[in-house]
Design a protein. Structure first.
Length: 141
């Protein structure tokens, strides 16, 4: 039986986490960005797995490095709140900036919250890191 992303996504949405994990984990290990993002959410909230923010960050980063906008948003959120990584507004803003550049629909509010907490030098650094990240095709950002 091969894993099915749609089946896993629908199972997650209806809170059937055992099925979601069974379908999404193999796909995540094979590099499917959507599956990696949902698996990251499962670890963030402890949905059917032991809550583990470091594990969530691992899956969000793998998807974010593929340019997956929702994972970039989630990774920014982890940096903003310090979940699984040290709290870092520069990296939070960078990932939010990348997600915003790709049209994430709900990014402006949280990006503005981070912006208000930053110095002009921090904002400049985050913007520079965003451009460098795009040039590196989101790898090792």
């Amino acid at each position: 039986m091969s894993a099915d992303f749609q089946k896993g996504k629908e199972a997650y949405q209806r809170e059937d986490y055992a099925t979601a994990q069974r379908e999404l984990k193999p796909l995540s290990e094979q590099g499917h960005a959507g599956a990696q993002t949902i698996l990251g959410l499962m670890y963030t909230y402890g949905d059917g797995v032991a809550q583990n923010h470091k594990e969530a960050v691992k899956w969000f980063r793998l998807a974010a490095e593929q340019g997956f906008v929702y994972a970039q948003y989630q990774l920014g959120t982890m940096y903003y709140f310090g979940g699984g990584v040290p709290k870092d507004n520069i990296y939070a803003y960078m990932w939010f900036n990348l997600a915003a550049a790709q049209g994430h629909p709900f990014i402006s509010s949280i990006k503005n919250d981070v912006f208000k907490e930053m110095t002009p030098m921090q904002i400049e650094k985050a913007q520079r890191l965003s451009l460098e990240c795009i040039k590196k095709d989101y790898k090792n950002c």
